[in-house]
Design a protein around this ligand. Sequence first.
Ligand code: MEV
Length: 424
Amino acid sequence: MERSSLISGFYKLNPKERLRLVKEFANLSQEECDLLQNTGSLPMSLADRMIENVVGVFPIPVGIAVNFLINGADYLVPMAIEEPSVVAAASYAAKMVRDGGGFHTSSTPPVMIGQIQTVSVKDPEAARQRVLEAKETILRKANEQDPVLVSAGGGAKNLDAKVIDTAAGPMLITELYVDCRDAMGANAVNTMAEAIASTVENLTGGHVYLRIISNLATKRLAQAQCVVPKESVGGEEVVDGIVYASAFAEADPYRAATHNKGAMNGIIAVILATGNDHRAIEAGAHAYAALKGQYTSLSKWEKTEKGDLRGSIELPMAVGLIGGAVRTHPIAKVAMKILGVRTANEFAEVLAAVGLAQNLAALRALAHEGIQRGHMSLHARNIAAAAGAPEDIVNLVAERMVKERKIRMDRAIELIKELSADES
Ligand code: MEV
């Protein structure tokens, strides 16, 4: 029979029925189907309400990064991530930073930007003026959409408008600035942007197409900084190595991408564990890194007069404590309780600190001993497990492979045979 991915009404089926079709299409075994539907802490009924066409769930380890001292308060940081070493590295870096008094953080008010795109405007500059003059009317209409947010002290606070040249001609872009308080804000902002579209059309005589939040949240920034005593970081030479690494990333986009990836390893792991939108954070961070025209590093490391290491990071941080999966995913709720943050601002600042810690750990390893040694023992355990090592000899197999510097599947299989024979 011909296989076809054209399946009408797939969404109307329940997860079991959907999986039956997928099973046939992809020739899955019953065991593979059972793996997908072994839902653990996320009941299938809930998963099925969270997204469309659900057939199962995807578990990821949750680890806790320890040692974080931020603005004098202690935090345990839940991280959901598949990459070995990240949680250990964050904990290690937080310990070094603690020696220097911990992280100091700050953030701007939680303001998100909504964009309204107007095309076919006869005199864009005059239209821009009319939009600016109608600011109070537009803001009032926007705020009528969300009385709850307004009563919490948030809401549309301001707006701006700009004319941009594009391949499709000039466009007038109206930008609405919305204080989202403890929400990430996409729903509130998008609703407001849609509601004011007709007013903008009337004012400009143009045609509105897009009405959507911008993930380049330049008005919702989080900053973290720290000073690490040179003894804690491994001495003067390591401080110099990290400062050189920072300058390299600042100057070269190829290195900056990897440097920032290191910081995002930590941030995204917390975002995922807490059910926030990690694509929004990732998009915002990288766009912010390129805001001045050349993609560069989000963090900076320099040497203090005393020879210690000073680091800082700044990036957009559109996170919420309410809305979306944060309040529906059972694990996200527990993760939030562990983290214990009371406001979205506090949450954003903790995330900036985690990013700085993760970045520090990576740079220290790179400048000091190379990244591989630290990665190797966890990597070796994964290889040992994948090669089928029983639980009681996984560590033994991994240790032998690391010692021999042969972390490979074929060697793991040989060692499993050897060590199992020894045991019997
Ligand atoms: C690996 O996940 C992250 C690093 O590549 C980051 C960096 O190079 O700074 C180690």
